[in-house]
Design a protein. Structure first.
Length: 143
């Protein structure tokens, strides 16, 4: 500010180019252009690599998502938390009763929320699984 005489306001320089670029992008979006017809000075988007969506070679194929798989996954975690089966990474069968209770309660919430919406076989399977998990929880109590 030393270059300006005292009492004069500094000159503000406004970059107007960004406004025209935004306006061009808005117009391109309104016209329904798939790539947006970006101005010439804007770099084009790089094509998406189809291989990026492919799983890693050692990534196992997953089963289709289903209610049974959800409940089975939660039950397996509950069994690990009860110390009934070893953790797949650490190999430890360490009881974590708070975690087990949470998982069992979560399955119970799912049972309540899906009541009347399950096939009879699914409802029976959830009921039986919850009974087994609750019995395992009781038996895992410290003596």
């Amino acid at each position: 500010m030393e270059d300006q005489p005292q009492g004069e306001k500094p000159k503000i320089i406004i970059d107007e180019d960004w406004k025209t670029q935004v306006q061009a992008e808005k117009e391109a979006a309104k016209s329904g252009s798939p790539d947006g017809d970006a101005p010439a000075d804007t770099p084009a988007a790089e094509p998406v690599d189809a291989a990026a969506d492919q799983p890693f070679p050692d990534d196992p194929e997953m089963p289709p998502a289903s209610f049974e798989m959800l409940i089975t996954g939660l039950a397996t975690e509950a069994m690990m938390a009860l110390g009934q089966i070893p953790h797949p990474v650490t190999g430890e069968a360490k009881p974590r009763r708070n975690q087990a209770k949470y998982l069992i309660d979560t399955i119970g919430v799912l049972q309540d929320k899906t009541k009347g919406n399950l096939a009879p076989e699914e409802a029976e399977a959830v009921e039986g699984l919850l009974h087994q998990l609750r019995m395992a929880f009781v038996h895992s109590a410290p003596s």
